[in-house]
Ligand binder design. Structure first.
Ligand SMILES: O=C(O)C1=C[C@@H](OP(=O)(O)O)[C@@H](O)[C@H](O)C1
Ligand SMILES: C=C(OP(=O)(O)O)C(=O)O
Length: 432
């Protein structure tokens, strides 16, 4: 599907979809449990990949129309899957499920789409191998397809922190049901650290203790997963909230606001988008108790933003920077190159097609902004949900039409994205 947008003003109310990160963890935690109900789960391509994995490990995931998942778990002992686990486009699924597969007494094969098969899994494979598991990349290049033969008993292991925090999450979640537990020593500084905070929060909500140590993280073995009252509820997604928030900041109709609902505070680092948009000059009011954010437009100015903790915000900030006056410098961004696509280059190149000048370095992206520079163009969504959504924002204020190719990939994290834009008043056309 291609989507064509024409310049539009936005106003009205948007509801944040449930958090992808919390949903992945809740589905897998419920898998590790005997049984659990997960309310307000995100049902997207990525979270469905995690649900499929839980089923292949011997669990059962039953979805009701209201978004509630009734999950029968595999009770800490995954079966050897009867088929290859296809993690599709989801890095979180592949990392978390690889560690779960190591618990099975037999061999599991994991694969994914072309993008996922190009992302780094080496440090996780090495850590599992150091813990006595056979963990291989079929091509010997640290990328999927992966072949994992357990079981994993636990132990102490060191791992880099600057490639993906998902390795840490994966080992902590699996470590809780090993015999010995797992102690992780970080070899390098941890990037995307708030995602490990999300993990610790979800584990605590499922009655599992994992904690920081002087050198990293640790989880005791022999624990059981069980949420209080048998239920767990997923909060709204701040990476997804960044899009309606940015839309309001750059394209709210005069004297109008965009209201975002479902914005209760949680451990998500990406809630930093509220402060970033405010710092650029937008008028933002976040009522944390009510979980609402009101945003209205104002002339934006370029800022410097460190995305060490918040890699998924880079595409949104790049578009905000393209509209803002002056330079927006996004720093500490090297790990943003290891996502569904190299998002640093992708945003530089696609915004470039819209007339935006950027300066790219290995670890940073500077956008030389100014609203008048944005011209409608045909751009590639790079088969990456966040690139598609960020380019759609640019289309709201570009001169003329903007066509985004391959726009269906928003189903990875935000299936209702274009419907939400239409409800806010955006003129767009979908073409098969
Ligand atoms: O654990 C998670 O839910 C995620 C962690 C982050 O990845 P890295 O830790 O690989 O940076 C983030 O980019 C991804 O979208 C979701
Ligand atoms: C990078 C992302 O997810 P994952 O790592 O799960 O593919 C994302 O949602 O932006």
């Amino acid at each position: 599907m291609n989507v064509t947008l024409t310049p539009s003003r936005v106003a009205g109310t948007a509801r944040a979809p449930p958090s992808k990160s919390y949903t992945h963890r809740a589905i897998l935690a419920a898998g590790y449990a005997g049984e659990a109900t997960v309310r307000d789960a995100l049902w997207s391509a990525d979270t469905q990949a995690t649900a499929r994995a839980v089923e292949l490990f011997g669990g059962d995931v039953d979805r009701h129309d209201d978004g509630t998942l009734e999950i029968d778990g595999f009770d800490g002992r995954p079966e050897v899957p009867a088929d290859v686990i296809d993690c599709a486009n989801s890095g979180t699924t592949m990392r978390l499920v690889t560690a779960a597969a190591a618990l099975a007494d037999g061999t599991t094969v994991l694969t994914g789409d072309e993008s996922l098969r190009s992302r780094p899994q080496g440090p996780l494979l090495e850590a599992l191998a150091d813990l006595g598991v056979e963990a291989d990349s079929t091509r010997g290049n640290g990328q999927a397809p992966l072949v994992i033969t357990g079981p994993l008993a636990g132990g102490e292991v060191s791992i880099p922190g600057d490639v993906s925090s998902q390795y840490i999450t994966a080992l902590l979640m699996a470590g809780a049901v090993t015999d010995e537990g797992i102690e992780l020593d970080l070899e390098t500084e941890l990037k995307s650290a708030p995602y490990v905070d999300i993990t610790l929060e979800v584990l605590a909500d499922f009655g599992v203790d994992a904690h920081t140590t002087e050198t990293g993280f640790a989880v005791d073995g022999g624990q059981s997963y069980a949420p209080a009252g048998g239920e767990y509820a997923v909060p709204g997604d701040f990476s997804s909230i960044s899009y309606p928030l940015a839309a309001g900041a750059i394209a709210a109709a005069e004297d109008e606001t965009v209201r975002i609902e479902g914005a209760q505070p949680s451990a998500q680092g990406d809630s930093a988008i509220v402060e970033i948009v405010e710092r650029m000059g937008a008028d933002v009011d976040w009522d944390r108790e009510a979980g609402t954010i009101d945003v209205s437009g104002a002339p934006l100015s370029g800022v410097e933003v460190d995305v060490e903790d918040t890699p998924d915000l880079l595409p949104t900030i790049a578009t905000l920077g393209a509209v803002a006056d002056g330079d927006t410098r996004i720093t500490n961004a090297e790990h943003v190159r290891y996502k569904e696509t190299d998002r640093v280059s992708a945003m530089a190149e696609e915004l470039g097609k819209m007339g935006v000048e950027t300066t790219e370095e290995q670890d940073s992206l500077t956008i030389h902004g100014g609203a008048s520079t944005l011209e409608g163009a045909t751009v590639s969504g790079r088969d990456d949900h966040r690139i598609i959504m960020a380019l759609a924002l640019a289309g709201l204020v570009a001169d003329g039409e903007t066509t985004i190719e391959g726009a269906d990939h928003v189903d990875v994290s935000f299936p209702g994205f274009f419907g939400m834009l239409e409800e806010l008043g955006v003129a767009l056309e979908r073409r098969a």
